[in-house]
Design a protein around this ligand. Structure first.
Ligand SMILES: [Fe+2]
Length: 368
């Protein structure tokens, strides 16, 4: 889940149909996976598709009401008698067995929005989500808001709602995007936070994963804010931060990828309030936050660096989500940051798809 760096393929898959069952993959470049027989991606339908001629208008601001506001706090439609929950940390993350997202009623989906806001990350095991087909997958995710269409990443032909994350031995631009001669490739971010209405409840389902590695790190921005002193919180009050899509668009242009919408820069409050839980969360991330409005350059750099370091070092308010076949991770992008861990051997394929419903325009807390 690097910021939209699904790889640019050397060929697009024109011949696959909408049948999302496992297909022969003659049109997919056949990567050489060392020491393994490789028939290509398990789900070639979701191989990243790029159309360089695709051009979109700027996004309009739309009304948004979080489905979690309608939810029954007891969550009887989500947490049935088979549901087994295991918290991954006191502050963030819950693994869930025994619940099938595809079977949830509208009330169950409302409750899913609420539980995601409360726990921030949910790791659902043994889901049939990957086999539902694109229309149904989009229908479920649309319950949580209009699906974001990514300006630069690989999508699925005919379905720009899908954000495809793909890496195999032949296609790996991840390192290039993260940049330079770095000791580690951790890259904390909140997805497309430069949008005027950044995403809320977000879905990510795995199609192919390495045997070990490729987890996603998550940090609670609520707890990151909570740890700060009252004096420091006062200093943050009222500050706004510029989030920028420019670097991402420049990278895509440089490697010959699309820029479907011109990159924007948007100011958001440095602390936002979740519309359902009322929790306050830091809303900055190293991936897209560039400067603090009203501060001089060195002041802004200094403050951002402190906050980025604080979040990155907060192992006591972080988790890592691991993947098994059938795993779907649902998280709330408003109150978390995350990072890919590209620690697995390049001889493996990792293939996953994100559906990213947009939420409200971020709101600053009312003054105390
Ligand atoms: Fe991401």
């Amino acid at each position: 889940m690097a910021p939209s760096v699904a790889e640019i393929p050397t060929a697009t898959v024109d011949t696959v149909t909408k049948n999302v069952a496992k297909l022969a993959v003659s049109a997919v470049p056949n990567a050489s996976l060392e020491g393994k027989h490789d028939d290509g991606p398990s789900y070639p339908y979701y191989y990243p598709h790029y159309d360089l001629n695709e051009k979109w208008e700027p996004l309009e601001v739309r009304e948004f009401s979080d489905p979690g506001l309608r939810a029954n706090p007891a969550k009887p439609n989500l947490l049935n008698e088979n549901a087994k929950l295991r918290h991954l940390s006191p502050y963030i993350g819950t693994e869930i067995q025994g619940v099938q997202i595809s079977q949830l009623s509208k009330e169950g989906l409302d409750e899913l929005a609420l539980l995601t806001a409360e726990r921030k990350v949910l790791v659902f095991r043994n889901q049939d989500f990957k086999d539902l087909g694109p229309e149904r997958q989009i229908e479920i995710a649309s319950h949580f808001g209009p699906i974001h269409r990514h300006p630069t990443s690989g999508n699925v032909k005919g379905f720009p709602e899908f954000h495809v994350v793909y890496r195999d031995p032949s296609h790996d631009h991840f390192k290039e995007y993260i940049g330079g001669d770095r000791i580690n490739l951790t890259s904390w971010h909140s997805d497309v936070s430069y949008e005027k209405q950044p995403p809320g409840t977000t879905f990510f389902f795995i199609l192919d994963q390495p045997e070990t590695g490729g987890d996603t790190l998550f940090a609670s921005q609520v707890e990151a804010y909570s740890r700060l002193s009252d004096e420091f919180k006062k200093r943050l009050e009222g500050l706004r931060v510029v989030h920028s899509a420019v670097r991402q668009a420049e990278f895509s242009r440089r490697i010959g990828g699309p820029v479907r919408r011109e990159p924007i820069e948007t100011e958001h409050p440095i602390v936002r309030v979740h519309p359902v839980t009322g929790e306050k969360a830091l809303y900055i991330n190293q991936g897209f936050a560039r400067r603090i409005v009203g501060l001089k350059q060195e002041e802004s750099d200094f403050l951002l660096k402190f906050l980025f370091d604080h979040i990155a070092k907060g192992a006591d308010f972080q988790i890592r989500a691991s993947y098994e076949p059938g795993t779907v991770v649902v998280w709330d992008n408003r109150v978390t940051v995350h990072s890919a861990t590209p620690d697995f051997s390049p001889t493996f394929r990792r293939h996953a798809v994100r559906l990213t419903p947009q939420a409200e325009v971020p709101t600053a807390p009312a003054s105390p």
